[in-house]
Design a protein around this ligand. Structure first.
Ligand code: BEZ
Length: 256
């Protein structure tokens, strides 16, 4: 499959994603010598912070372009679809920032995370929660429907659960949830909303012909201007984060 991600565009337009991920690293509290798996590590900006804390970290991501950027930082990274993680009983912790909302089969991801952890290991992460980018999604969805007659395109690409839903899924996979919170976080973005679309909504726009994408980005941006752009031209995205810390069962798992 073609890689919709560009590490260069991400660095220019979305550096705030890893900058705002520092709070999740504080929840994780990486310790020297711990073996940690970073699920959906992207260009490795936060993976690098875990390594700087003294942890022994493996990052995994499905995008070749992002993996190349992460490897250029000297990190240990594997290319993989995070719905199909194949690690068993080897990590003290699993970490994830701003990635789980791209994985639309969450139970497959959770099963892989549970297998990867040692008994009693922790899973700490943050991603988009219920209500995330609601205005942005509504505008994009309406404009895509007009141009390509496709309904709810964003919902086929993004997974934004409530705290209750994600807690249930964690528990059904054998995790004990220690804390979980939905956090509204209006987020100033650098530059124009069209650049946000180009960088962060590229996989949503894959369902429409390339020739229509510029018009869709511009029309959706025009719809959003009165609600997300102030009189000085500064855009703020209507982000809502879901942050959690869970612990895998302390009993040894039997992988059959
Ligand atoms: C997010 O980090 O919440 C996000 C990123 C890209 C698209 C939608 C949401």
């Amino acid at each position: 499959m073609k890689d919709a991600w560009s590490a260069r565009r991400y660095d220019e337009n979305a550096r705030f994603v890893s900058d705002l991920g520092r709070g999740v690293v504080e929840w994780l509290k990486p310790k020297p010598g711990e073996r940690i798996l970073d699920v959906g590590c992207g260009d490795g900006a936060l993976t690098e912070q875990l390594v700087e804390a003294g942890a022994d970290v493996l990052g995994v991501d499905a995008s070749i372009d992002m993996v190349d950027a992460a490897r250029a930082r000297g990190l240990d990274i594997e290319v993989a679809d995070c719905h199909e993680l194949e690690y068993f009983n080897e990590f003290d912790a699993v970490f994830s920032n701003a990635a789980l909302h791209w994985m639309t089969r969450p139970d497959a991801v959770l099963a892989g995370v549970a297998n990867a952890l040692k008994p009693g290991g922790r899973f700490v992460g943050e991603f988009g929660g219920h209500g995330n980018v609601a205005a942005i999604r509504t505008a994009l969805s309406a404009v895509i429907k007009q141009h390509a007659n496709i309904s709810n395109a964003p919902d086929t690409v993004w997974f934004f659960p409530s705290a209750k839903e994600y807690q249930s899924r964690l528990e059904a996979t054998g995790f004990t949830v220690e804390r979980i919170a939905l956090i509204p976080r209006p987020t100033p973005i650098p530059g124009e909303m069209t650049a946000w679309f180009e960088t962060l909504a590229a996989p949503v726009l894959e369902c429409v012909p390339t020739a229509k994408r510029t018009a869709i980005r511009e029309e959706a941006s025009a719809l959003l201007r009165s609600v997300l752009c102030d009189s000085e031209g500064n855009w703020t995205a209507d982000y809502v984060r879901l942050r959690f810390e869970a612990r895998s069962s302390s009993k040894a798992r039997c992988f059959v």
